[in-house]
Design a protein around this ligand. Structure first.
Ligand code: FAD
Length: 546
């Protein structure tokens, strides 16, 4: 890891510097974007708000943070040589190792010189005459660039200000996505966790044995899958290295960008015994294959979904000692897989402990945060520490927090305030030469193992910029019709699934006033990639170049 990267970081506050491309964000996608732009001979600069690189794996250093994608598919594929110099210690590795991996990549590729840390992009303004973007930061930089690529992250805008009275709390208050680098002591403390999504679950199962008391404030119970994690050994490393080419191909050709797929045929074609066997086998695998690599009908057919839901409920019930707890922890109001399904280790068993209490805030909502703790409709819970695992303004939040003004001064916030739409999740009508990764209406959030999609999107963006350069063109922008066509295609697929029947952050339901629309494209990673490739091969129909 580069421990002295400050010396490589250009001084902030620059003016009048011109770049071919400004990249926003130094997470997995921003770093790969920088790598590809440099290799294409383009002058690029990355602005990163954090004081380190890694994005998700820089900010989310909470106890228990780890991937739900298997490590051997959650990685870069651009260099076999670099790949062979890295080994994953576990099947599902934890945050510190991911942060080390990302720093290792930046070191090996010499990326540091073009990354400016600790700098938040606050404004982007398109100049129609100059055919360029004016970029402003919170540290006084004023630069121009022909292109801007936003790699600001699908899950990077945390929801932090949720309850009245938060500032009054006298104990320690943390949001999981802004976890401090300094050690946090749990021993001897009464701790509250608000939120039981994928992150809350990781925190709860990790700190339950450490704290004196744990109060879990749960609004919505979750279906969970038991993670089957293990440590890799030397022969495993050799085997995974040898599979590089095969895995690289494989992830780009599956439904969700993993190394598993819907390969068991139709659920309807199996006998009840065969179905049970298949579900048991998938369950034992302990990966997201149980969800996005089992049977496609799970996501679209209510009867199949009901069967699989009953199976998961049975598995969960077997691990919870008290029936009244099981009644609160096992979802009853929605079907399996229609919200993000977390993997977990000893999560349900945590509630069998005497020091853990589940507070059902769907029955007794949180009224306010007090000086001493949390007041719900049922009374006050006194705490020494409060942890918000309250999630993100997904897909749109990181972008609408920047003042982005396209042609004729129209802001992105206004555009998405009316209707969340994009052209293939990659570009926006009215915002020429502005590209995005991890944006709405592209595959994401477990409907894509994100490293697969992010690399594919960065490749498309880079190849598009090079296409323009090689043909002497200055700008590219999708037409309104192209956006509309993609939106209709997206909606047709989304509305055929059960996902749109359940409130969740996938639909923006966790953010007050946000339009209800499935944010991720669920037509499949392979199908999405083919459509992107076709657009390029056909000379960008639906995009205007000048
Ligand atoms: P990010 O990693 O979010 O990086 C975006 C960067 O942009 C951040 O560093 C941010 O500081 C910066 N930024 C944002 N706005 C600005 C601005 N205005 N100016 C300057 N910088 C800015 N995905 C999976 O596929 N599998 C998993 O197992 C998985 N686990 C996850 C676990 C957690 C706890 C979370 C939160 C997410 C997880 N994800 C997972 C999704 C994860 O976000 C992606 O896999 C991936 O890391 C996203 O990379 P990115 O570069 O697109 O965005």
């Amino acid at each position: 890891m580069n421990t002295n990267n400050a010396s490589h970081v250009p001084a902030p506050g620059r003016t009048h510097a011109d770049f071919d491309v400004v990249v926003i964000g130094a997470g997995l996608s921003g770093l790969y974007q920088l790598y590809r732009l440099r290799r294409s001979g383009l002058k690029a600069l990355v602005f990163e708000a954090g004081d380190g690189i890694g994005g998700t794996w820089f900010w989310n250093r909470y106890p228990g943070a780890r991937v739900d994608s298997q490590s051997h598919v959650y990685q870069y594929w651009f260099s076999k040589e670099i790949h062979e110099d890295w080994t994953w210690s576990e099947r599902f590795c934890a945050q510190p190792e991911l942060e080390r991996y990302i720093n290792f990549i930046a070191d090996r590729c010499g990326l540091w010189d073009d990354i400016q840390l600790g700098t938040r992009v606050t404004g982007l303004r398109y100049d129609d005459n100059g055919r360029c973007w004016h970029v402003e930061t919170d540290r006084g930089d004023r630069v121009t660039a022909q292109f801007v690529v936003s790699c600001t992250g699908m899950l990077s805008a945390p929801l932090t200000d949720l309850f009245p009275g938060q500032k009054r709390f006298r104990g320690e208050l943390y949001h999981t996505a802004r976890w401090p680098k300094t050690p946090v002591v749990f021993e001897g403390k009464r701790v509250g966790v608000v939120g039981t999504g994928a992150t809350g679950i990781q925190v709860i199962q990790t700190i339950a044995p450490l704290v004196t008391q744990l109060k879990v404030f749960q609004r919505t119970p979750q279906y969970t899958i038991q993670m089957n994690n293990w440590r890799w050994n030397e022969p495993d490393h050799k085997q995974l290295h040898a599979r590089f080419d095969e895995l690289k191909q494989r992830v780009h050709n599956t439904f969700a960008g993993f190394d598993f797929d819907f390969e068991r045929g139709s659920y309807h074609a199996l006998t009840p015994a065969q179905r049970r066997d298949a579900l048991e086998e998938l369950w034992h695998d302990g990966t997201l294959a149980f969800w996005v690599g089992s049977f496609p009908e799970v996501l679209v057919d209510e009867n199949v979904n009901a069967d699989v839901t009953a199976f998961v409920r049975e598995k969960m019930r077997a691990r919870i000692e008290r029936p009244e707890l099981a009644a609160k922890l096992i979802p009853t109001r929605y079907g399996f897989g229609t919200r993000r399904v977390p993997l977990e280790t000893h999560y349900l068993e945590a509630y069998n402990r005497d020091n853990v209490e589940l507070v059902d805030i769907s029955q007794t909502p949180i009224r306010e945060i007090t000086e001493k703790g949390v007041r719900t409709a049922a009374g006050e819970y006194e705490l020494d520490m409060l942890i918000f695992a309250t999630g993100f303004d997904a897909a749109t939040g990181a972008l609408t927090r920047i003042d982005i003004r396209g042609r004729e001064g129209r802001t992105l916030k206004e555009k998405w305030g009316e209707d969340i739409r994009t052209a293939m999740g990659l570009q926006l009508h009215g915002f020429p030469n502005f590209f995005m990764t991890g944006a709405p209406l592209a595959p994401s959030a477990a409907f894509c193992n994100m490293t697969t999609c992010l690399q594919q999107q960065v490749d498309w963006i880079t190849d598009t910029i090079c296409y323009l350069r090689d043909r002497g063109r200055q700008t590219i922008e999708p037409t309104a019709e192209k956006e509309e066509q993609w939106l209709q295609h997206h909606e047709e697929i989304a509305n055929a699934t059960l996902l749109v029947k359940t409130d969740s952050w996938y639909l923006g339901s966790n953010v007050k006033g946000k339009q209800r629309r499935l944010l991720s494209y669920v037509g499949g990673v392979a199908a999405y990639r083919q459509q992107c490739d076709q657009v390029m091969a056909a000379g960008y129909p639906g995009f205007v170049m000048a």
